[in-house]
Design a protein around this ligand. Structure first.
Ligand SMILES: C[S@@+](CC[C@H](N)C(=O)[O-])C[C@H]1O[C@@H](n2cnc3c(N)ncnc32)[C@H](O)[C@@H]1O
Length: 284
């Protein structure tokens, strides 16, 4: 990604959530409160102006997304399913006694801000690239800080996650944790993805889990986004955030085992494709 600029893809995911809020029936899928919180965050951070926000939440914008559905079938609604999937994992984990949540590549995700007051005994951490994290911090500052929400600004390509957390006085290395990595691993080089999962195993206690999404590989080993894969890979590349990592769903189990995690394919929603992605849960 372009190091000095806030993530375009994080911005797109957030605007997509706002537009999904205008689509009838999506309130049954989207986590409660996500749409107004995302709108607030986008404006308070300065990422969008009121005009863009108005346009994004219009029925006309819903039609625009739907008109482009041929390119990535199902992807528009898949963002709602992805948010719901990850939040379900977090809530389930908290129900089972997890005491910390880590959201990697958090972008404009509002889960930590929304859930922190509901679960005062749980610490929420978010890490993102400095250019995006800076805007997010400004937005959260304006919306109201949460005492148990910690925003960490780091480029995980430059500094190891375990080093980042080692110097954090609140992070507990042996605590049961839920880690969320939505829409992240496809942007990292293969060796960085393997290293990240290994590090995650070192920084979280037994009984932890990771909820993440990934793009499946095609026959050629490249990310497979369906019929228009070539066009999509090119669009991502010119946007400065190319998709570089993917894996076949049947290879996920052995891959995770190498890194200290166990694939949990029995979790609802992990065996079907949602838009261009699969969702997965790894346990420890
Ligand atoms: C597609 S966005 C997803 C945002 C968020 N997870 C969501 O789904 O709403 C990818 C995010 O990963 C972050 N990211 C990418 N590479 C990173 C790196 N090397 N270190 C930290 N964050 C990174 C980007 O800044 C961006 O916010």
């Amino acid at each position: 990604m372009q190091k000095d600029k806030p993530s375009r893809t994080a911005y797109k995911v957030a605007l997509n959530i706002v537009t999904l809020g205008a689509k009838p029936g999506m309130d049954r899928i989207l986590p409660p409160g996500i749409v107004p919180a995302t709108e607030k965050l986008l404006v308070a951070s300065g990422a969008v102006g009121p005009r863009t926000l108005r346009w994004s939440r219009s029925k006309r914008m819903v039609s625009v997304y739907e008109a482009f559905d041929w390119m990535l079938p199902g992807q528009f609604e898949a963002f709602a399913q992805r948010k719901a999937f990850c939040e379900r994992q977090v809530r389930e984990g908290i129900g089972e006694g997890v005491s910390q949540i880590l959201v990697l590549g958090a972008g404009y995700d509002t889960m930590g801000w929304r859930l922190a007051p509901e679960f005062p005994g749980v610490n929420f951490f978010e890490i993102d690239h400095p250019a995006t994290a800076r805007l997010k911090a400004r937005g959260i500052g304006a919306m109201g800080q949460r005492v148990n929400l910690f925003l960490v600004s780091e480029d995980l390509g430059e500094r190891k996650l375990e080093d980042v957390l080692k110097t954090n006085k609140i992070w507990e290395h042996s605590a049961r944790t839920v880690i969320v990595a939505e829409g992240l691993v496809m942007y990292l080089p293969p060796e960085a993805v393997e290293d990240l999962f290994r590090q995650l195993s070192d920084i979280a206690g037994d009984g932890s889990r990771i909820a993440f999404s990934y793009i499946p590989s095609g026959e050629d080993g490249q990310p497979d986004a369906g019929r228009w894969t070539g066009l999509m890979l090119w669009l991502q590349k010119i946007a400065g955030e190319p998709w570089i990592w993917s894996i076949r769903p049947e290879e996920l189990g052995p891959f995770l085992e190498k890194t200290g995690w166990i694939n949990a394919p029995a979790v609802a929603g992990t065996t079907v494709k949602h838009g261009v992605e699969f969702y997965a849960v790894a346990t420890k």
